[in-house]
Every structure is written in C-alpha cells, then in structure tokens.
Design a protein around this ligand. Sequence first.
Ligand code: MSP
Length: 631
Amino acid sequence: MEKIFYITTPIYYVNDVPHIGSAYTTLAADILSRYVKMKGREVFFATGTDENAPKVAEAAKARGEDPASFCERMAEEFKKAWSGLGISFDAFIRTTEKHHAEVVKYLVQELKEKGWIYEGYYNGWYCIYDETYFREEEVERGLCPNPECQRPLQQVSERGYYFKLSAFEEPLLSFLRESNSVLPDFRQREVLNFVLGGLRDIYITRKKKDWGIPFPGDEKLQVYVWVDALINYLTVAGFLQDEELFTSLWPPDVQFMGKDILVRFHATLWPAMLLALGLPLPNLLFGHGFLTVKGEKMSKSKGNVIHPLSAVEEIIRFSGCERAFAKDALRFYLFRSTPFGADGDFSYEALRACYNADLANNLGNLENRLTTMTDRYLNGEVPPPPENGYSQRAEELLANYQQAMDNLAFHSAIGDALSLLDMANKHLDKTAPWRLFKEGNIQAIRRSLGTAIELLRISAILLQPFLPSASSEILSRLGFSPPLLLKDAKWGAFTRQVEGVKIKKMAPIFPRMEEVIKISAQEKEISMDDFARVDLRVGKIISCKVVEGTEKLYQMEVDLGELGKRRTVAAIAPYYTPGELIGKSVIFVANLAPAKIRGLISEGMILAVDAPNNVIIVTPEKEAPPGSKVR
Ligand code: MSP
C-alpha cells in the first residue's frame, strides 16, 4: 500500500484570532495538499490549535472567561477562518482533547523509562509570549532575547525535569545534513550552525497552574507546552488510537512552520524527541519567512494586524467579485508576490496591482476573449488543440512547474502557469481570429483558438492549488469536469471533456479592482473614543440602480438630512430589489473616506448583517428623520 502523503501545519495558539501570518502557513499546506492530490496521491493534511499554553490561560483570564470555553470559542474562530479561505484539511486537533493528554503522558513516561528524562533544578527565565525558557547567559536586563519579542521575562527558580537534548547532537547533525531535510537551504545552514554551537539539555516542566497536562509521576508539575504541542503531530496521525492510520501516515512528508519556530523547536527538540522514542523522523521541515504589513511588523499596538477574512471582504468590496474567487485572489497574491521561504510584505496596494495584472488582465481577459470568440465564431464548440510549436513549449513549462512544486517553490510554479497564459494572449494577438473571421477562414480560426484554449486549459490545471475555485470555474466553462489531474495537463489530454458542452460568454471571474484599498486594521478592542469617531447616521435610500456591467452592485443615493445626499455602492443586488430598497431607512457610516468602486465614487457605507447566505440591511426599529445620529 502506498504511504499516505502526510502534511502538517503548526498548531496555533488560541490566545488571539487568526491573522494573515497564521493563514500563510495554513494556505501553504493547503496548496501542497491540492498539488499532491493532483498527482493522484492520497493526502492527509492536519492542522489544529495549541491550547495548553500559559499565555492562552492568561488571555482567557484577561477576558474574564473560563479557559476551556475560551479555547472552544477560539478553536471555532480558526476553523471558521480556514473555511473562509477555502482551506480544506483532513484533521483538526485541539491539544485539550482527552486523547492527546493520554498520548503526551504515555510518551513522556516512555522517555522517562528510556532514561532520557532526569530530575533537576532550573534557574533561569521564561518568556510567556514565546513560551520559551532562556538561560541566564542568553538574557540581558530581564528582556526576551528574541529580537521580535523583547518583552519582560519571568524569572523561574524551581525543581523539575530535563530532557537530554545534548545526547542527540550527532544523530541530529546527520539528519540535518541530509539534503532536503530542511528547506530553504539557507535555513538548513542556520539550523546546522545552531546544533554545531552545542546543545544543552532542555527543561520540560512547569509548576502546576491548573491549565495544561500533568507531568506523569509528579502531579505537582505540568508538561512544558512545547513538548505537549509537538506531540500533536503523533496524536493527530492516530498514535495509540488508530494503528492502521498511523502506519499509513508516519513519518510526516512535509511539516510547515514559520522561521521563528524552526530552529529551536521543530529542527532540534522535535527530531530529538522522535529519536529518543525510536520513531522515524519527518521527511522535510519547511521554515517559511515572515510577512510584514507595508514594511512593518504586525502588532496589535500598531493596529496594523491583517485578519484574513477581512482581507477577503475587502477584495469583494473593491472588485465586486464572488466570494469564492476573492478567497482565491488572496492566496494567489500571497504566494505570487513572495518567493516561498523568503520574508514578504502584505499591502492592499500590492494586492490590487497583482489582482489586476495577473487575474483581471492576464487570466480574465484571456478567458473572456476565448469564450467570446469561440461562442461567436465556432458556435461554442471547443476545437481540438493542433500539434504545433506550442505543444513542446507547454510540455517544458509543465516539467518546470512540476519540479518547482516538488521543491515547494510555489512562486516559480505560479510563474510557469502564467507563462502559458502570456503565450496564449500573444498567440491570439498574432493570429487575430477576428481578422480570420472576416476572411472566412474557419480552419485557421479553429487552429488559433484551439491552441489558445489548450494553453488556458493547461494553465488552469496548474493553477488549481493557487486558485481552486477560479480554475475549476474556468475548466467547467471550457467544458471539462474539474478537478483535473496533473496528467491531464499534457497537451491534447482531453479525456475529461464533457460531451456536447458549448462555450458561452459569461460574467468575468475577476472584475477589475478600481481603487487602492485602505488597510482595514481590525483591532479586537477599541476605546470609546475610537468608537465615537465613527459618524453613524440614519439615512433614507432615495434611488437605487444596478452598476453597469455588474450583477451584484447597486449604486444608491442616500438622504442624510443635514449632511445632504450621498452616493454609495454596495454588493447587495442579489439580496434586494431596487423597489425594496427605495424609501428604506438605513444606518449609514457618514465619515468613511470615499472610495472608487468600478469607476464610481462611494461616499460612505450602509450597515448590513453578514448572515449565512444572506445580507440583511440594518434599519432603525422606529422611523427617525434622516441625519439622526446613531450612538
Ligand atoms: N503554537 C506554536 C506552534 C506549535 S507547533 C507544534 C506557535 N503558534 S503561533 O500561533 O504563534 O504561530 C503559528 C504559525 O504562524 C507559525 O508558523 C508562525 O511562524 C506563523 N506566523 C506568525 N506570525 C507570522 C507572520 N507575521 N508571518 C508569517 N508567519 C507568521 O508558534
């Protein structure tokens, strides 16, 4: 039986809601999972939440919540975010699950029995933010030595247990020296240098504070959260629970994580624990870079934290594209704009530029040109691809793509897929089917469109991991039944064509995004002063019409009494008829900076409820004159 391809993400601390950084790791895993499935292999993609950490208990306390129900609620937030980004995992582990505690206790006991754990005193520091112990000589002025953190540390002086990490230097070095055990290469060198610098035994307990997994044999202590967290990769794979699953999964094929948790944890403590337990080591650890926002570190205090679902909303708001395609656009941008592994930056300006250039123009225009011309000149019938110079070029790009994806070089893989689109657009410009039509040369039109459609078809297959919904839509429009496999990306592989499907011109998948979107810094908590800055007013809708060229957008005029009349654009056409809206009293954000949406100025916003499969306008419970303040 072929091994199931096992992919993991780190499990996320639930002290706060997911942000674009945690989404980045999970999206990478989803991209790989979709690619491996395209190769026809079975995949098991696991993610989850890290809940036993002291900082999680503190966060619950700060909100006056009981940690268990707080974790429950936050774990749901993570699941909601992942589904809102089109991420499809196979397993979600929460470390507060009973079975996980059993696995942790069993394995710690096992390590004790094998002589890898010993009792001792710990005198040093603990960073609750990083959940990391630091030795006296690593610390200056009581501050966390992690340059990203630098917060005040807690001083710890207590009796507990150590794991003999130092005993694993040699076997770790041979694992880490293997090619492709750690990627990118520069990270592999960093990890090697860290281990060559000498490993010290690591303190793996903490004094009991009601939250966490008790340390076997010494109930006054708890298991250090990183030991507990790393074991999740075994628990979720069925260890001590589903022998058959575990045998078909272990070891993980690719483990994703950010650079911050690669060196100390995933590339040393984790493999050392596995070596001590006699379990096979992961095949590959990938430490990706960090995302900044407009060049700055994301932080709550700066108010520049980007929440992935808000980014999707912004894309919908400013392009009018469907939600499924907005999710695609976000992941596409993240992996198109930064070579995977390097540090990257997020900005709405760059997102818009990427969206317009690659999705609206390159991909969208091609799809639009091809469907329109096939409909018009060939009665919607897809001509078969002719054998010409393009077939060889396409095969080369396919080979490059595959090599890039196998090495997790997502950025170059996207580049290969986009080159096919470029070729198709240029081919159309050169062969000009519109001229051929005037000349009545149907054979030449069939050759021209057949070539370009085949290039688009192959590109759409290769883009499936990056644009799952849009690729599927394009392939369906072309008469194929997605998802298609990598072997279908061969020139002329028309096996999955649905018979008799006629191509029709349809609405653009990625309508152009018109204006630079403002960063929607979404702080969880705002002060009364912050709230008072929002000028909410009662408004009366006095006119409403569909924005030309769109199906979802209405342009409305709203009477705000003393503030005059305002124009606004909103994506609510699927939910209300203009008749239902005209004359309605609404709640209006009157001091929102104006934005340009599809060429139209929008001067404020109508509040609406984002209900499941519905959008519901918020109205005052009793009639109030336009312009009345809402507090
Ligand atoms: N709970 C631990 C992991 C335990 S795994 C056994 C943890 N959690 S975390 O929520 O803090 O971080 C999870 C992931 O998000 C890490 O891969 C981290 O690198 C990533 N990111 C956090 N901020 C990030 C950016 N600004 N940019 C990119 N990724 C970032 O660590």
